[in-house]
Design a protein around this ligand. Structure first.
Ligand code: HEM
Length: 221
């Protein structure tokens, strides 16, 4: 039987964007869980003092913290300098009042969504906000790190870290700030996953599979 394609496909997400998306998702998941544990170490101390429960959890937090820091920097770079300009193109819609109205209306089932790039304007601004939240959580995390580890990277960051600590009115405030930011990620992830699934169903475009395969499968209209 002859095969007739019912859908078109278009590559929207480069392998780098997809890999960093999932690495970032993993890092955030581990950081939220280990971070809450650091904040409230609920496991009962074992008999032996040789078992470092808190130590290992802190270790995982720091390893994934450095992973998130690296990804955050690479992603800022890729946004501006990636050869694929599908993300940058979305900025055109952010500057157009009409595109905002079209997007907001489409969320209420009025009309369709027409985008210049891959993100709608509200979606774009949400990602900008969460990227800056990531930057701040990484900076405050590195300051907390530098206050404990005085050699290597910690030593290198010592001066800036003292300055930032003073700016926040002390390490306790900075730590609270780092803790509050955790909630920004939790709220973001819940809405993000919901919107990704919902918009795939609503617009029949950019479904969740696009960030796995890179392709947007859609009918030609
Ligand atoms: C999404 C990202 C992150 C989340 C959700 C997160 C969450 C948390 C939370 C909830 C705490 C406990 C604060 C408290 O005591 O109340 C914490 C502590 C800490 N975080 Fe993060 N964090 C993140 C990223 C980072 C990064 C990028 C670093 C940098 C390497 C980092 C380093 C630290 C350090 C050193 C502590 C203090 C541990 C201690 O006092 O024993 N975090 N984090």
């Amino acid at each position: 039987m002859e095969h007739i394609a019912t859908h078109n496909r278009k590559l929207i997400f480069t392998p780098a964007i997809r890999i960093f998306h999932w690495l970032r998702a993993l890092a955030i998941l581990v950081l939220v869980i280990t971070g809450f544990y650091i904040s409230w170490p609920f496991l009962v101390a074992p008999e032996s003092s040789d078992v470092l429960v808190q130590g290992w959890i802190r270790f995982a937090h720091i390893v994934f913290g450095f992973l998130l820091t690296s990804i955050t920097l690479v992603r800022f770079y890729l946004f501006f300098f990636s050869r694929n300009n599908i993300e940058r193109k979305s900025f055109k819609d952010v500057m157009s009042v009409n595109s905002w109205i079209v997007q907001l209306k489409s969320y209420f089932w009025m009309g369709n969504l027409h985008k210049s790039g891959v993100y709608g304007p509200l979606q774009f601004m949400t990602y900008v906000a969460i990227s800056f939240a990531a930057l701040i959580v990484c900076i405050t995390g590195l300051v907390l790190y530098a206050n404990v580890y005085h050699l290597g990277v910690g030593g290198l960051l010592g001066g800036v870290s003292d300055w930032l600590t003073a700016l926040c009115g002390g390490l306790a405030n900075l730590r609270t700030f780092h803790h509050y930011l955790t909630w920004a990620f939790i709220i973001f992830v819940v809405i993000h996953v919901y919107m990704a699934v919902w918009s795939g169903i609503r617009f029949k475009h950019n479904s969740v599979d696009s960030i796995v395969s890179g392709y947007d499968y859609h009918k030609d209209h």
